[in-house]
Design a protein around this ligand. Structure first.
Ligand SMILES: Nc1ncnc2c1ncn2[C@@H]1O[C@H](COP(=O)(O)OP(=O)(O)OP(=O)(O)O)[C@@H](O)[C@H]1O
Ligand SMILES: [Mg+2]
Length: 254
C-alpha cells in the first residue's frame, strides 16, 4: 500500500467513545500487522494521555496546524501505535486560524509527506464541529461515527451528516462515511434494544450503514485508560476488547 487510508473518528456529541474507538481500532490494526498512526486532534488530549504519549513533547498537533518548524520525524512511537499528541495549547487554534484562508486544509497539507509511511492514519476529533473536526474531515477518506444509544445522539448524527455533506461538496469530494458504530451498549436493557432499532432507522434515513458489531459497556475501558494501556495490552480477553476486534474484522471485510 503506497498511501495510507485516513479515517476520522467523529461525532460532536461528547462522551460517545470517539477516543476509546480511535485507540482500540489503532491497536487492533497494529496487531494485524498494519503500520498505524493516530492523530490527537482534541485539546483535551485524552487519546495521548490514555496511551501514555508525552503530551508536551513537541511537535504536537498544534505545531503541525500552525506550521511551526517540524522535526523530520514528527511522530511518537508507542506500543499501541504511533501518535502525534495534543494538549491544551490546541484550544486556541479556532481563534488563531479564524481569518486564515485555507484553514480547512492545514492537516491535509502536513500529513502529505508522512502518509506513505503508514497503512492507516486514525484521527480522534473533539466534541464539536469546529475547525479541528473540519480539518479531520477534509483530509479523511472515511469517517467512523461512534454513537451511544439515545434520542439526543440521533439528533447529533443528523447534524454531523449535514457537515459531512458540506465537506464533500466544498472541501473533500472523496469523503465516505464508513458507518455508525454503537458504543457503550448495554444489551440487557429494553431501552438498549429499542435504541438499537432507532439507530438502524437513523442509518437508513441518512443513507449510512450501521455496523453489525456493537461495543458493549465494560469497566475494562476505564481500567485500561487509567493504566495508560490500549485495551488489548490491558485485557485482551475482556468482552469489550473482543467487540473492538470483531469491529475491526467487520470493517476490513466490508
Ligand atoms: N465500552 C465502554 N464501556 C464502558 N465505558 C466506556 C466505554 N467506551 C468508553 N467508555 C468511557 O466513556 C467515557 C467517554 O469515552 P471517550 O473518552 O472515548 O469518549 P469521547 O467521545 O472521546 O469523549 P469526548 O467527546 O469528551 O472526546 C470515558 O470515561 C470512557 O472510559
Ligand atoms: Mg475524546
Amino acid at each position: 500500500m503506497d498511501t495510507s487510508i485516513i479515517i476520522a473518528i467523529a461525532n460532536q456529541k461528547g462522551g460517545v467513545a470517539k477516543t476509546t474507538t480511535t485507540a482500540s481500532v489503532a491497536a487492533a490494526l497494529k496487531r494485524r500487522g498494519f503500520r498505524v498512526l493516530t492523530i490527537d486532534l482534541d485539546p483535551q488530549g485524552n487519546l495521548s494521555d490514555s496511551l501514555g504519549a508525552e503530551m508536551f513533547k513537541l511537535p504536537t498537533t498544534y505545531e503541525l496546524l500552525k506550521r511551526v518548524s517540524l522535526a523530520p520525524d514528527v511522530t511518537q512511537h508507542l506500543d499501541a501505535c504511533d501518535i502525534i499528541p495534543s494538549n491544551i495549547m490546541l484550544a486556541g487554534i479556532e481563534q488563531e486560524l479564524l481569518s486564515e484562508t485555507g484553514k480547512e486544509y492545514r492537516l491535509k497539507e502536513t500529513l502529505r509527506p508522512i502518509s506513505d509511511r503508514y497503512d492507516y492514519i486514525l484521527i480522534d476529533t473533539p466534541p464539536s464541529l469546529g475547525v479541528l473536526t473540519i480539518n479531520a474531515l477534509t483530509c479523511a477518506d472515511k469517517v467512523i461515527i461512534p454513537t451511544t444509544a439515545g434520542i439526543f445522539a440521533a439528533n447529533g448524527i443528523q447534524q454531523l451528516n449535514n457537515t459531512i455533506l458540506n465537506i464533500k461538496k466544498y472541501c473533500n469530494q472523496g469523503l465516505q462515511p464508513a458507518g455508525i458504530l454503537l458504543t457503550k451498549f448495554n444489551p440487557r436493557t429494553m431501552v438498549g434494544q429499542e435504541m438499537k432499532e432507532l439507530t438502524r432507522h437513523l442509518g437508513q434515513h441518512i443513507n449510512t450503514k450501521v455496523f453489525h458489531t456493537f461495543i458493549r459497556v465494560s469497566v475494562a475501558v476505564e481500567e485500561a485508560q487509567a493504566n495508560k494501556l490500549d485495551l488489548f495490552s490491558y485485557r485482551q480477553d475482556s468482552t469489550v476488547a473482543q467487540d473492538y476486534n470483531a469491529f475491526v474484522q467487520e470493517y476490513l471485510e466490508g
